[in-house]
Design a protein around this ligand. Structure first.
Ligand SMILES: Nc1ncnc2c1ncn2[C@@H]1O[C@H](COP(=O)(O)OP(=O)(O)O)[C@@H](O)[C@H]1O
Ligand SMILES: [Mg+2]
Length: 367
């Protein structure tokens, strides 16, 4: 793998806020960011040296992009694998590679991969039709969650099946048919509901040479399927923290990973841990690293994909990050004035409901 030198260019597939923050970190390190995104005026393009506006199916544009950059990375995991293949055929190195995408894009493949490493997941059942869903419910019981295997995010593409739902629909058959309809009758996975005590994530990085650096676990609270707050340190035992770190190391190593990964966990009351899902990219719960650590997850990712030494993930401050979702962003002026608060806005023009518009990280004391 080639190492980049200052003034080289990092190509980023995807133009959202994660790409924006990656571009800012690349710029800090004297590298250039070139964003590839189908949308005009995307958050990342506003912060990047170059921007290609083209579809992920546009082979010519992908070939030109491959020729213009020194390495390619991505800021969302639903990059079509065909686009990655075109880039690789055009001589581009894509980091993290296609294997990480393949595992993380499909919830069934992902769970099988995690289990094969000896790490626990929720009980699951593959669902390709109503019969599978009924059989899965009979085996797993209720409550359960039906999730599309692909393309779900922020709680989209999933629906719960509880005893109450079934009462509401007057019959088991109707409730099951409704749930199947809710996920668009797409290939799905039924998961047993995990009665977790806390949700925790870990942000980890692996460099070219296989070196691994992990941030401390972060505690997350979701509302309506969307991340609301992330707090470091997480209120978990040192044993639970060690289990989470072990799982992250296993995953990074098995994927022969280069870059930053975010892995989401459920922590049970007895301290056992269960992997929920992984994101082969920088992660929303890691935003607080930008203000609470010497080297942020964004800089760490750029260092890793550039083939540079990884930075120190130690936290100098304890912190809590709050996502500004939809019209929460109207509070930006107050957030800017609050003591110890670090404001980040993403340059999105329209504050639609459920849309991540920015975040604010409060530093709550020395670590
Ligand atoms: N099996 C489960 N048991 C309990 N809660 C769950 C389960 N799966 C998902 N959730 C809840 O829904 C949230 C979103 O689900 P997740 O699988 O992480 O999808 P997304 O890709 O939308 O983030 C989780 O953070 C958690 O709060
Ligand atoms: Mg999630």
């Amino acid at each position: 793998m080639r190492s980049l030198t200052p003034n080289d260019t990092i190509g980023v597939l995807g133009g959202g806020q994660l790409g924006r923050m990656l571009a800012m970190s690349a710029t800090q390190l004297g590298l250039k960011a070139h964003i590839y995104c189908p949308d005009d005026d995307c958050p990342a393009s506003q912060a990047a040296a170059a921007f290609t506006k083209a579809a992920y199916t546009d082979e010519k544009a992908l070939q030109a992009f491959a020729a213009a950059v020194d390495v390619v990375t991505y800021e969302f995991e639903n990059v079509p694998v065909e686009a990655v293949a075109v880039l690789q055929d055009s001589g581009a190195e894509v980091r993290p590679g296609a294997v990480a995408l393949e595992k993380a894009q499909d919830r069934l493949v992902e769970k099988e991969f995690v289990r094969a490493l000896g790490v626990a997941t929720a009980d699951f059942h593959a669902v390709d039709g109503l019969d599978d869903l009924e059989a899965g419910l009979a085996r797993i019981g209720r409550p359960a969650i039906l999730k599309t295997r692909r393309l779900g995010y922020d709680g989209k593409g999933q629906t719960r099946l509880t005893d109450k739902d079934i009462d509401l629909h007057a019959s088991f058959e109707k409730a099951v048919a409704f749930a199947w309809d809710e996920v668009g009758a797409a290939p799905s996975i039924l998961e047993g509901f995990v009665p977790f005590e806390r949700e925790v994530s870990i942000i980890g990085a692996r460099g070219h040479d296989g070196e691994i650096k992990l941030y401390d676990p972060i505690e997350n609270v979701h509302a309506g399927g969307i991340l609301k707050t992330s707090t470091a340190p997480a209120a978990i035992t040192p044993e639970a923290s060690d289990r989470i770190k072990d799982a992250a190391v296993k995953i990074l190593t098995a994927l022969d990973y280069v870059g930053v990964i975010g892995v989401e966990f459920f922590v049970l009351t007895d301290g056992d841990i269960i992997v929920n899902e992984m994101a082969p990219r920088v992660h929303n719960s890691g935003h607080l690293t930008a203000d609470a650590c010497a080297v942020s997850q964004f800089e760490q990712h750029i260092r890793a994909v550039a083939g540079w030494p990884l930075g120190d993930p130690a936290r100098h401050s304890d912190a809590q990050m709050e996502n500004l979702i939809g019209e929460d962003v109207d509070r930006w002026r107050d957030a800017a004035a609050a003591p110890g608060a670090c404001l980040h806005l993403y340059g999105k023009r329209e504050a639609r409901a459920g849309r991540k518009m920015g975040h604010v990280t409060k530093l709550t004391g020395p670590a």
